[in-house]
Design a protein around this ligand. Sequence first.
Ligand code: WT7
Length: 631
Amino acid sequence: MAANDEKTLFTPSQEVVDQANVKEYDQQYAFSLEQPEVFWAEQAAQLSWYREWDKVLDKSNPPFFNWFQGGRTNIILNAIDRHLLSATRNKLAVIWEGEPGDTRTFSYHALNREVSQFANILKSMGVKKGDVVTIYMPQIPEQLFAMLACAKIGAAHSVVYGGFSHEALADRINDANSRVVITADGGYRRGKVVEMKSVVNKAMELSPTMEICITVKRTGIEVYMENDRDYWYHDLKSLPIASNKCETEVMDSSDMLFLLYTSGSTGRPKALVHTHGGYSVYTATTHRMVFDIKPEDRYWCAADPGWITGHSYIVYGPLINGSTIMLYEGAPNHPYPDRWWKIVEKYGINILYTSPTAIRGLMRFGDSWPNRNDISSLRLLGSVGEPINAEAWNWFHKVVGRGNCPIMDTWWQTETGGFVIAPLPITPLKPGSATKPFFGNELAIVDDAGNEVAAGEEGTLVIKTPWPGMAKSVFNDPQRFISTYWEKYSKQGWYHTGDSAKKDEDGYYWIIGRNDDVIKVSGYRLGSAEIEGVMARHPAIVESAAIALPHHLKGNAIHITAVLRNNYKPSKELELELMLHMEEHLGKIARPEAIQFAELLPKTRSGKIMRRLLKSRAMGLPDGDLSTMEE
Ligand code: WT7
């Protein structure tokens, strides 16, 4: 991948500027830092509340910030209920297309009925405010309904990405103490059925807390169901309990909306907690301003709802803004590499938000696939998940955007809840840079001691000020929230992102990548400790080290160096067996690109694996400082 170039500037057309929701950045940004509470109160006032907040930001117990303290709301009040009182009621909320080509659409009125029915079903299963419900589903409308139904009754959802193995699922169910799981028999991917209920069945065997499983019938494949544990969703839906009227639970601003597991540099995946109040305000504001949302827009975030991108920018932000959202179940290149472009043409999509990996994956099929469809409805494009390289940016801009759609490269994290660095449509763009901080966020690039580095120099990205979308804590482990994000710069009280970045002379931010042991494969986040833990469960393995190396499509790929037990010999067959072991026990995204065998792993004298050294050796770079290495 060619290096990004800091000189090229794409200035937005007059047409884009004329219609932009936000017409000016510098002054408003300065104001949002000077008076963040005034700025955020203005944004919050655009939403409905059962009771207004007493205080915009309660900073009495950092880093556990409390936004809109005293406010009472429920994200559903804004995402559904208030729309029922206006013309939005009859507007399409969801357009869904399954991979086989089946379609379903729901107005806000219909969405409310579906969500209310689901909510009543959950209630009848004993789900209460504060409970955690696990959702493990394909991308079908019921996935969305399930999430919204939990929120409506004050339960927290924990969506587990459908590509994870039964063990990864069981770990997350157990950590969350979840009693109820919602799934489907399977889903469609590349013309085949991906089984899901059978994975849940295996996970339930590993879970002492699991009592009830609700299964949506999507594919009709044979599945094993157990009495008093397993229920078909369509059976429950036909019962009188599934009434289409359900009161929305009144929640405190700081009450838990959902948990979302994500990988860190050490230990097991942890669940970040997001809340009803601050998260509503933040996702709605960022979505409206950055994607320049208009009432008539058809908006498509082609991510999986199982990740934070899906939570914030498929489901919550867009629904709060009353948008029409597109959902598509399957693979971008099935049956042909223009499936996405056909969807854009068929539904007249105006905004498309995706990842560099997906862009590179579609780019390799050539220009003729987008060109043979009329995709001129597109007005704005978006990218997220990893730095976007110049070739991918230019292709996206020129071929998909026909040279006149601004690309919103949005930097953020599961922890931040919403965009932290992102352009506005009026911002002159530099390909590969997420440009400038979103309103209210003060950022810096610093060294280990917290000194700001000079323009153009690499350092650690920190966020100096609290923002409403920030996670409230790590579920059941506040200490880990502190140690992971707030300890390194505890003196200054800054949030440590774990990313390396640079800021250029014009104040544009350039993300380089993770500076910890988090690996981003195709934009998905995995921890090296997690990968190594699963490797160690194979009988051939003494220990191993996982690192990220650049990959032309995936951005990064997993490379493993493994030490074998005495009675095992390195071979191609064993390498393949270990790759399948990773797929089976963690998930397909965790399949390593290559496994190398070694006698020993390089370690520090205190016993830490020196992954950095493995990486620099693999890339043919200098070794760096080896003074801490053991003999
Ligand atoms: C990490 C967070 C945020 C939704 C999806 C990922 C990387 C994210 C960008 C971007 C460069 C990016 C960072 C970050 N990242 N967006 N636009 N440019 N890098 O959420 O799984 O929590 O991962 O993704 O390294 O720390 P996540």
